[in-house]
Design a protein around this ligand. Structure first.
Ligand code: TRP
Ligand code: SF4
Length: 329
């Protein structure tokens, strides 16, 4: 029996940070390595334009860095198809077609649209492309007849819209598309160094490429339990972002020890952070080694993505033949 297909994408709006690694990529890698799925992962550069249309100087660099980082953290071109959205022009064709059958109110009431517009109020997002964001995303997903879409909760409305759009296409023309399901993973709640959501726009991110003293300085600056002002105050590890990181990067015995010692004011935050920094540096070492390798072998990286583009294009070509036939164009 054919393996079920998984598809997901990421916007190249900055370099990858530990929030991206633990919030999304680890899950993608697990799905890939389970061997149960055929995985398609792509860099959503057209989607990056929806909010960054006036800020494109860095986009090529971000795409290349994202390719390097994906390979460095363990996405594997032998197991997954890794590609770039804008290289598969069929996404644009399917987007146009889907835009014809998507009622405007479905887009206007999309909660992610409303939220992002408010959040990014400094930008003019009253564009056609920004409103149509989920239609392009629907095209990305159904192009590959994906069964499952691994995403974070913020993306659930987009997958829901994709389901509605796919159903509408099937109803209007012919049953071509499976209705995809969102795949939500249990992910740790890692915050940025200032205690807010980790994001490049907040300037609080620890990047996958951060190393050495720079990495140590960021960890040293991390917010801890706000009630623990002095070392003699007992702390609440469950409310401390440093502790959340320990749970990922430190061995279980040490996590238990940190928790107990923090609660009885036996360990100070400076010490706790220093030990975390050691573990993170250790944990990222294999990733950094691969990053060094791929940075020296850019042509190899480009070749891998080019192969992925070719594979994806083959699939997209087949789907679009079916779509054109169904709509008699
Ligand atoms: N909107 C997604 C995000 O910001 C990125 C994305 C674009 C995507 N197309 C997709 C995710 C298709 C899953 C499937 O994270
Ligand atoms: Fe957080 Fe560690 Fe300080 Fe406890 S000792 S508050 S876990 S940094």
């Amino acid at each position: 029996m054919a393996k079920k297909r998984i598809l997901s994408g990421m916007r190249p709006t900055g370099n990858l940070h530990l929030g991206n690694l633990h919030g999304a990529l680890k899950n993608w890698i697990e799905l890939q390595n389970s061997g149960d799925y055929e995985c398609f992962y792509f860099i959503a550069d057209w989607h990056a334009l929806t909010s960054e249309y006036n800020n494109t100087d860095m986009i090529r660099e971000y795409i290349l860095n994202m390719s390097i980082d994906w390979l460095s953290v363990g996405l594997d071109q032998e197991k997954s198809t890794l590609f770039i959205q804008s290289r598969i022009k069929e996404h644009a064709e399917l987007f146009v077609i889907l835009s014809m059958i998507t009622p405007l109110p479905w887009l206007e009431r999309n909660p992610t649209y409303k939220e992002m517009k408010e959040e990014l109020s400094g930008k003019d997002l009253s564009t056609f492309g920004f409103l149509g964001y989920p239609v392009l995303q629907a095209a990305d997903i159904i192009m590959y007849k994906a069964y499952g879409v691994p995403v974070g909760v913020d993306q659930l409305p987009h997958v829901e819209l994709t389901r509605e759009i796919a159903r509408r296409f099937n109803f209007l023309y012919r049953e071509i598309f499976p209705i995809p399901v969102p795949l939500l993973a249990e992910v740790p709640k890692l915050l940025g160094i200032d205690g807010r959501k980790m994001s490049k726009s907040y300037n609080n991110a620890i990047y996958i490429s951060d190393r050495g003293d720079e990495l140590r300085a960021k960890i040293e600056a991390m917010f801890t339990d706000p009630q623990r002002m002095r070392k003699k105050d007992p702390g609440r590890p469950e409310l401390c972002n440093v502790f959340t990181f320990h749970q990922i990067y430190s061995p279980a015995e040490f996590v238990g020890e940190v928790s107990a010692e923090c609660k009885r004011a036996g360990i100070g935050c400076t010490d706790c952070k220093r030990r975390l920094a050691d573990r993170i540096i250790e944990g990222l070492r294999p990733i950094h080694e691969r990053q060094d390798y791929f940075r020296k072998h850019i042509d190899e990286v480009k070749g891998i993505i080019e192969d992925g583009n070719v594979r994806a294009a083959g699939e997209a070509h087949v789907t679009m033949e079916e779509v054109r036939a169904a709509i008699k164009i």
